[in-house]
Design a protein around this ligand. Structure first.
Ligand SMILES: Cc1cc2nc3c(=O)[nH]c(=O)nc-3n(C[C@H](O)[C@H](O)[C@H](O)COP(=O)(O)O)c2cc1C
Length: 456
């Protein structure tokens, strides 16, 4: 795959990052409860040549010292939020080549039910579905699901690995590829001998039975992961096909990309088996100065208390309680570590100033369309990333600008894919094949692979 991947970073709610921008006159995220808002956006992205709509999600909401501050409701910080999965069928029906990535949690969704939903979406979208696998670091969710303990960071990933192994067994191992005949003449829908019970008895999950979805185009949805901690990257190396990396400077991003490639090879996969994607925000205007002024205007709407609550909901850390002069390298958390590790070299004051202004945005480019395209080309050269997760300031305005002014320039340079792409599955877009390769760990759950192992 030669062209850069472009994702659209969204949430089925009012605010993604940059808490407070929802109130701008040119911001339309307050319409998130309307299906027409999403079909309009999906059609814009589809026509504009975006590769996928990424729908982040969490059941969680901010909590500071056990209480949810009023600002969380006043500025809609992670609450309210609707279920993103329910948007996908309608958006797939309204588009041709746009892919969809939906977030679900390995800590709170039942593996059988989750696999069934993704298999169903894989059927309905003809394979245009990806799964953003998260472990849910938000502490309030433990209480929402009546769990008796908050699971520490690394154990959440151990649970996630067993969860994925069980998901692979269900999605790849229960039905043989040619089990379904749907033969009305012979009145034979499926061959019973080609459908197999799964028996899983692990440390965290137990399951005995058949998967009740027949094989779908990709079987396993495209696997996406976004934890940049060391444990998170090990998990990605063993499972993911797309990973969202963190980083505002090319050096740290380059090292993360190289580390990820190395870990993939160690896991027996190809070095480029995982597409490295980083967040990108863009403000285009006739001049660099005018674009910067527009950026400052956007950021002037950020509500600092709301941003503080947002940081806490992801990391479990209240920035206001830290000694401003202390080094961030001393900050520890069992919550999400990515947003902590990114400030390792900073003081608490510097970290707070950065996050309370920019949120979880990574690269922010301002300038004319040519200047922005130049910078994107440089970034790719310097870091080796495979694509960008476009993080808008205002919707749909930021997308319209990028689609109208920057993507055509990137296409002219051969960096972005042509618009007349052949429809196909998400995985085919990434690898040229619909199914996970034999080098992926899921392969060992396939009947054919197990039979070959027994036969050898
Ligand atoms: C681009 C991006 C999107 C993310 N989307 C979600 C999400 O939708 N839901 C969620 O619970 N966490 C999300 N996260 C958080 C990660 O899944 C992960 O919990 C976090 O990065 C911490 O991982 P770590 O502790 O392994 O560093 C996202 C992170 C990034 C960088």
């Amino acid at each position: 795959m030669s062209h850069l991947l472009f994702g659209a970073f969204e949430i089925n709610g009012v605010n993604l990052t940059s808490q407070g921008l929802w109130a701008r006159p040119d911001q339309n995220t307050h319409r998130y409860t309307e299906l027409s808002y999403w079909t309009e956006l999906a059609k814009l992205l589809d026509r504009g040549g975006f590769d996928f709509l990424f729908l982040a999600d969490s059941y969680g909401y901010p909590s500071l010292e056990g209480e949810t501050p009023p600002v969380a409701f006043e500025q809609a910080v992670e609450i309210p939020k609707n279920d993103p999965m329910l948007l996908v069928p309608a958006l797939a029906a309204a588009t041709d080549q746009l892919m969809f990535a939906v977030t679900t949690s390995t800590s709170f969704e039942a593996p059988f039910a989750n696999a069934r939903r993704f298999a169903t979406l894989d059927h309905l979208t003809k394979g245009r579905i990806g799964w953003n696998v998260v472990t849910t670091s938000s502490a309030v969710v433990t209480d929402l699901f009546g769990r008796d303990r908050y699971v520490p960071h690394d154990e959440r990933y151990a649970i996630a690995q067993e969860y994925l192994d069980l998901s692979y067994a269900l999605l790849e191992g229960s039905w043989e590829d040619d089990a379904v005949k749907a033969d009305k003449v012979r009145r034979l829908y499926a061959v019973a001998e080609k459908v197999h019970k799964i028996h899983h008895h692990g440390r965290y999950f137990d399951l005995d039975g058949y998967f009740n979805c027949e094989p779908s185009p990709q079987r396993t949805p495209v696997l996406i992961q976004a934890g940049a901690s060391s444990t998170g990257r090990a998990f990605a190396a063993g499972n993911a096909e797309i990973t969202f990396l963190q980083g505002k400077d090319t050096a740290s991003l380059r090292s993360q990309v190289d580390d990820l490639r190395g870990r993939a090879v160690e896991a027996g996969r190809a070095a480029d088996a995982i597409k490295a994607v980083v967040g990108l925000s863009v403000v285009v205007n006739e001049s660099e100065a005018r674009a910067r002024a527009r950026l400052d205007d956007y950021l002037s709407w950020v509500d600092v208390d709301a941003a503080r609550a947002y940081y806490a909901s992801m990391t479990g850390i209240d920035l206001a309680t830290l000694d401003p002069d202390a080094s961030f390298s001393s900050v520890q958390t069992e919550g999400g570590r990515t947003q902590v590790e990114r400030y390792r070299g900073s003081s608490a004051r510097e970290a707070a100033a950065d996050f309370l202004r920019y949120g979880m945005r990574e690269f922010i480019l301002t300038g004319t369309p040519t200047q922005v395209a130049d910078r994107i080309e440089e970034l790719v050269g310097e870091t080796g990333v495979d694509g960008f997760n476009f993080t808008p300031f205002v919707s749909p305005g930021s997308y319209e600008q990028f689609i109208e002014l920057v993507l055509p320039e990137l296409r002219r340079r051969g960096l972005a894919a042509p618009l007349d792409r052949q429809p196909g599955t998400f995985r085919k877009r990434l690898t040229g094949a619909d199914r996970l390769p034999a080098s992926h760990p899921a392969d060992r759950f396939r009947r054919s692979t197990q039979a070959a192992a027994v036969g050898s």
